[in-house]
Design a protein around this ligand. Structure first.
Ligand SMILES: Cc1cc2nc3c(=O)[nH]c(=O)nc-3n(C[C@H](O)[C@H](O)[C@H](O)COP(=O)(O)O)c2cc1C
Length: 210
């Protein structure tokens, strides 16, 4: 299958069969998320990988009782930074210098520019900016899953405050933004599995400016 076939094959799976996704596949999906681009390369989010069934059972009622939360093999919680701090910004700039093995004046000036702007901004504004980066990574992970014929569900349908509480995210300076379940579709139980994919026609979607 080429990429477009894979994107047509995937759908937001509503029921999974409980089969476990092999760890090497999960690692490839997580690596795709790690490789996703982020604003200034700050990677302002983390992914919590939940395999534990008890934790999934605790999350289900605060996620509209969606059965896929407990049917899935792995529940990935994309958790964004609650704000940008000097330490968080410095960490990524220092890491870049270490990995690349040199310091660069332009790059250091850019570090100062970010240090002089983000940490002074409203935390909510910073969180929203960080959350957008997490969404890009989630999309990348979802495509990687489709390539491996692993089903997934992108999910926003949960109480973020309740999930933060269950996972103790606020203490770590994180806030849950989205879930991505991983597993294998249960075609008999999933009303959506046989329905045709619906998308706007190209002419309502694309504007070309010559
Ligand atoms: C940001 C976002 C939040 C979503 N939240 C949920 C959700 O909580 N539960 C669910 O079953 N599907 C959820 N979906 C899936 C969408 O409904 C689905 O992707 C859309 O209808 C397109 O269908 P397809 O992905 O099956 O092609 C979400 C998708 C996105 C991108």
């Amino acid at each position: 299958m080429n990429l477009l076939d894979q994107l047509n094959w995937r759908y937001a799976t509503k029921a999974m069969n409980g089969e476990k996704v092999a760890e090497d596949k999960v690692q490839r999906i997580l690596e795709a998320a790690r490789l996703a681009p982020t604003s200034s390369g700050l990677q302002p989010f983390e992914i919590i990988v939940i395999k534990n069934q008890d934790i999934k059972e605790k999350i289900k009622p605060v996620a509209w009782n969606q059965s896929v939360i407990t049917d899935c093999s792995h529940l990935l919680v994309f958790a964004a930074w609650d704000t940008y701090t000097a330490d968080r910004i410095n960490y990524m700039f220092d890491l870049t210098n270490k990995i690349r093995g040199f310091e660069n004046e332009g790059w250091e000036n850019y570090r100062q520019q970010l240090l002089n702007s983000y940490p002074q901004k409203d935390a909510e504004e910073n969180f929203n900016h960080a959350a957008k980066q997490a969404y890009i990574a989630l999309g990348t992970a979802m495509v990687a899953a489709a390539e491996l014929k692993v089903d997934s569900t992108p999910m926003e349908g949960f109480s973020a405050d309740a999930v933060d509480e269950i996972l103790g995210l606020r203490e770590k300076g994180l806030r849950s933004t989205m879930f991505l379940t991983l597993g294998y579709r249960n075609e008999d139980e999933d009303w959506l599995s046989s329905l045709v994919k619906v998308r706007k026609p190209m002419e309502d979607f694309i504007t070309v400016i010559e």
